[in-house]
Ligand binder design. Structure first.
Ligand code: NAD
Length: 310
């Protein structure tokens, strides 16, 4: 599988990587044996970066990963988790919480270092605290050898950009979600800000948190109904051409070399296979143009997330 250098980390990361949120039951998948198998299978197939958070399923995702990674040689995967978000409205970006949180995550997953740790959904916090307290905590963990690379994640690109502008030289990665998909490519215009500091770019949720699948979005999905309806139309169009909206979304996201890796949840072996197979196939250019055209009236439509000032 194609690998790309994840910014200044020097990690050669696979173009798709393993999203850990479904391991927390976020999408209703709860066959733990199949989830564990999917993690080990993905690694065996060259998917080398795994992303999780203590937030996913109230620590369940990290616990499942701890079981899945037992016995897998540590040099076969890169593991990333997050700090600061612990529930729907439970956030804490303080120095001491971050230090304790990382140590707990490591224990839960049975590892003695983490490749990546990011502040999770910074738009819900005080960005001043993220800049002046959370990042110094992550730098301390880095200098202690517990964490190799650090970053921030969130939905509003403006919040990520603000932190990068203040702390760019010491950030290794950022994670943006739902902003490089068939209906929203706003991440593209933020890339120069990240490239200035050689920051690794992780694009999550190119299936738009399930919206660009035949199954459709989960009940909690924050997108406006008109966008959800448009996704149903796009899925129908793909079906009518003998294709699948999820395949097109994956091929679209992975085509952009400035995006270093694309996280996708795939909690069973069949979805790993499906996504790897899709990756090896050429994109249907005509279908892509038609789907982009269909989304045009709602292109780059975003929803609010976090504190209004962020
Ligand atoms: P996703 O959009 O990647 O996946 C949604 C659903 O699609 C899952 O149920 C998955 O099983 C399913 N799926 C996967 N491949 C499919 C296929 N080929 N056909 C049909 N369905 C398929 O959603 P996501 O899980 O939100 O995003 C991926 C990962 O990115 C997460 O698991 C998480 O690790 C990360 N993420 C992080 C943040 C953050 O840090 N703020 C936000 C969103 C996502």
């Amino acid at each position: 599988m194609e690998k790309r250098r994840l910014g200044k980390t020097n990690i050669e990361v696979s173009s798709i990587s393993y999203g850990g949120s479904p391991l927390g039951g976020v999408y209703g998948d709860n066959d733990i044996a199949s989830q564990i198998d999917s993690v080990q299978y993905a690694i065996s197939k060259g998917i080398n970066f795994i992303d999780t958070s203590p937030y996913y399923g109230s620590k369940l995702s990290e616990t499942v990963l701890g079981d899945a990674l037992k016995g897998v040689p540590r040099d076969k995967y890169y593991l990333g988790t997050k700090v600061g978000r612990y529930g729907l409205s439970d956030f804490n970006f303080s120095y001491d919480t971050i230090i304790a949180s990382v140590k707990e995550s490591m224990q839960r997953m049975g590892v003695d270092y983490l490749d990546v740790v990011q502040c999770h959904d910074i738009e819900f916090g005080d960005l001043g605290q993220v800049i002046n307290e959370s990042i110094p905590a992550l730098l301390k963990l880095k200098s202690d050898g517990l964490v190799r690379h650090i970053g921030v994640t969130g939905y509003p690109l403006s919040a990520i950009e603000r932190v990068v502008e203040a702390r760019g030289p010491c950030l290794d990665v950022i994670l943006s979600y739902c902003h490089y998909t068939l209906n929203d490519s706003t991440l593209q215009s933020s890339l120069p800000v990240f490239q200035q500091h050689d920051i690794g770019v992780i694009n999550a949720s190119f299936l738009n948190m399930g919206m660009l699948t035949n199954r459709g979005p989960p009940a909690w999905h924050p997108a406006p109904d008109k966008l959800k309806q448009k996704c149903v139309e796009a899925a129908e169009l793909c079906k009518s051409r003998g294709s699948d909206i999820s395949k097109l979304a994956l091929q679209f996201a992975t085509m952009n070399p400035s995006i270093h890796t694309n996280l996708v949840g795939m909690p069973c072996r069949q979805q790993v296979d499906l996504n790897l197979e899709t990756l090896s196939q050429p994109i249907d250019d005509q279908l892509l143009q038609d789907v982009l055209e269909l989304f045009k009236p709602l292109k780059d439509l975003i929803w609010t997330s976090g504190k209004p000032e962020n």
